[in-house]
Design a protein around this ligand. Sequence first.
Ligand SMILES: Nc1ncnc2c1ncn2[C@@H]1O[C@H](COP(=O)(O)OP(=O)(O)O)[C@@H](O)[C@H]1O
Ligand SMILES: C=C(OP(=O)(O)O)C(=O)O
Ligand SMILES: [K+]
Ligand SMILES: [Mg+2]
Length: 572
Amino acid sequence: MALNFNRVMVKDQVVDLKKGFLGNPISIHGVCFNGKKTGSRIGVQAVMQVGVESLEISKGLENLKGVLGFDVVTEVELREKGFLGLRKTKLVCTVGPACSSLDDLEKLALGGMNVARLNMCHNTREWHTDVIRKIKKLNEEKGYCVSLMIDTEGSQIHVVDHGSPSSVKAEEGSIWYFTTEKFEGSRPFTVQANYEGFSEGIKLGDEIVIDGGMATFEVIEMVGNDLRCKCTDPGLFLPRAKLSFWREGKLIGKNYELPTLSTKDWSDIEFGISEGVDFIAMSFVNDADAVTHLKNYISTKTPKSIKVLAKIESLESLHKLEEIVEASDGIMIARGDLGVEIPLEQIPTVQEKITYICRQLNKPVVVASQLLESMTEYPTPTRAEVADVSEAVRQYADALMLSGESAIGPFGQKALSVLRMTSSRMELWSREENKQNFLFQKNLGASLPDQIAEEICNSAAGMANNLGLDAIFVFTRHGQMASLISRNRPNPPIFAFTDDCSTRMALNLQWGVTPLLIDLSDDMEANTNEAIDLIKTKGLIKEGDTILVVSDIIPTSTTQTVYQSIQVKTIA
Ligand SMILES: Nc1ncnc2c1ncn2[C@@H]1O[C@H](COP(=O)(O)OP(=O)(O)O)[C@@H](O)[C@H]1O
Ligand SMILES: C=C(OP(=O)(O)O)C(=O)O
Ligand SMILES: [K+]
Ligand SMILES: [Mg+2]
């Protein structure tokens, strides 16, 4: 439901919420309804539903941001399909020129896009700002809940110019000149690379592989820093094609001399922070330190919790997988570049291993690249692509990602619906056929309350499955409890009630979790009743439905007892 009002009556005075009250930015802090004072967000809903008698004003517009309760898409899905029908696997769409209008973005949101990804490799700052504003507008004015992710360019050796804006064919035996020197207009058989040191350490006879195998060249002459090469395996140069260097069948680790985050990446990160994005995906992470460094940096720059996803796309990162997963807030399996660095036949097993480790260590994992590649051009996917998507769902990835399919393809919405339907189908099958693979439980918590939380969440998932309950309600400030339940991949949907906007947006990437914004107090009984009422008033829960309620709200005052509980409630 959207907060689609700009003005309210405050003590008989009309207040423009955008302009503020007496020159101060304002938010609705408390609302009197039927003589009873309620908190901010509950109150806001009362405003919309029945009108209010009076408002109390406090500073900061924060409370107005975001939307109470369900986002519009989940609400419709729930109404149509019931609790068990809610899709568990989350969907990420790369936004590009083919889908950047408000209308197209709304269609993707309606089609189930949970996270919009902006790849900072492409396009201008203004273009990215415009897309971010549009998505926020859809969330705030129309009640969608689409999180924002920026993806850093990373240090990669790639083609800047190969003499054409589109792809160019390299024929067997043709001679090409690789340089970093910029050239004007068209210079046939010349390729400009982005990185000065691209040819350092290269010897005669080494190979240059384009985009992980699109074409291959052999170095036949060194001309200063430039290379003259002969095409030994014909193929295509796409714009911005990636270059990798091989000797005697082995990758030469050239990328490692470059920093994980370039000057441009830092400036893009600065931009992401100032625009208040929810996730930063970091390209070419090679160790945990790079992730920790970025996370620390973000925490000094903004109070908002921005999640850092490490992209696994280098050979090096596979050697340090566990430490990288532990240091980050989530992982993206960037199969595109990974397939340049390791033999393609290893991708499926590596993917399975990464998704499993992420689940054990309780970090969300996104499977990315080429899921429905043929749909970048054609309106239907190949059978093999559908099988690949299903396999990622069977492995319990948290999320699936579209790249060119949505960014530049004319069938982006259709590709999204293929992801949606394929994942729902696989989820249903796993559940009905009892194919779920259970997790080897690894204990994560160090302190007693953390260990209790973990045990509660493991038991909650088991109980919900064994008893065939309708839904799991979890109250969570930082999202930890919700993700611990999600880690068990239970059958019923997980409704995560939080009063923190960034927690809500971060939970959008977690398997089976529907995040809802609500007013939370230290009184758990009141919280539970409010949550049930919220769903009841919408007619989405009925008498006799049985839900599991999990909470671990550590009270704000130290004199109160810590309240960690698990209850079963049958709706009266
Ligand atoms: N913001 C953008 N502006 C223009 N083109 C884009 C944008 N984002 C993505 N693209 C296009 O979509 C393709 C797929 O995008 P992406 O998933 O980011 O993969 P990659 O950059 O690795 O090819 C890109 O190659 C590029 O052609
Ligand atoms: C997702 C990936 O990264 P990017 O699109 O940024 O190269 C990938 O390499 O698969
Ligand atoms: K990138
Ligand atoms: Mg990549």
